[in-house]
Design a protein around this ligand. Structure first.
Ligand SMILES: [Zn+2]
Length: 89
């Protein structure tokens, strides 16, 4: 984690709403890095999934669109640690 100013995409923060945190496994061989500890999360095995969404106003349009994002964590502890971090931002 560096404190330098970078144009990286904004991390989930105030504008993201946590919709649900569920324990699940999927028929999907993909492996994702856990956002908290960086370990690989095998999505075929039980893991914690956090669903986020946010409203996004599109320029020149009156209506809001919803953007959805799913994050995979290796366990409940990692999911909670990440959620705490977001809430304390
Ligand atoms: Zn983890």
């Amino acid at each position: 984690m560096s404190k330098t100013c970078s144009p990286s995409p904004a991390p989930p923060g105030s504008e993201w709403t946590v919709r649900q945190v569920v324990s699940r496994s999927e028929w999907d061989a993909a492996t994702e890095a856990c956002p908290t500890c960086g370990d690989g999360v095998d999505r075929r095995l039980p893991h914690y999934q956090v669903e986020l969404d946010r409203e996004r106003a599109t320029d020149g349009a009156a209506k809001l669109t919803h953007e959805r994002r799913l994050l995979s964590f290796c366990d409940e502890m990692c999911a909670n640690a990440w959620l705490d971090d977001v809430e304390n931002r």
